[in-house]
Design a protein around this ligand. Structure first.
Ligand code: 4NP
Length: 152
């Protein structure tokens, strides 16, 4: 399974989703891959926002080695699941899709609603972390069940 987490800048939300999912994958001993990207290119090559790094560190997850990437069309074919944090991300990614197969890979990260952008509000990072951590566990379990059904 190859998973891509997407937000706007790839420095606040999707690096958290990437790091949290990586930690779950490691814990479960799965051979899955996870990466992240942004629909905007302003922060390409940069490490995650220091507030995301600090928040993840508080939960024992080191995301400081990540580097922001810009979402590219070839990522539709390089990943099986593309999870976007909000509806604007969804619109921006879908606009680049060329086939139904590509469009079907793209879903909102949360089952209901959006992961809000914490960039302009220091106090939001903790709650953003919490909502991503809860949903990451749900997604991992869902995909594990999917894979088991496919094998059966
Ligand atoms: P992210 O947050 O999409 O969660 O990485 C943002 C980061 C940077 C900007 C906006 C949102 N920005 O405007 O530079």
């Amino acid at each position: 399974m190859k998973i891509l987490m997407v937000c706007l800048g790839n420095i606040c939300r999707s690096p958290l989703a990437h790091g949290i999912m990586q930690a779950l994958i490691d814990k479960e001993g799965l051979d899955w891959q996870v990466d992240s990207a942004g629909t905007g290119d302003w922060h390409v090559g940069q490490a995650p926002d220091r507030r995301s790094i600090a928040t993840a560190k508080g939960f024992g997850i080191d995301i400081s080695g990540q580097q922001a990437q810009w979402f590219q069309s070839d990522m539709f074919d390089r990943f099986d699941k593309i999870l976007v944090m909000d509806r604007q991300n969804y619109r921006d990614v879908i606009a680049l899709a060329k086939t139904d197969d590509q469009r079907e890979k793209v879903t909102l990260f949360l089952t209901e609603g959006e992961v809000p952008d914490p960039y302009f509000d220091d106090t939001m990072f903790e709650s953003v972390y919490d909502m991503i951590a809860v949903q990451a566990k749900i997604l991992l379990k869902t995909w594990q069940s999917e894979q088991q059904e496919e094998k059966a």
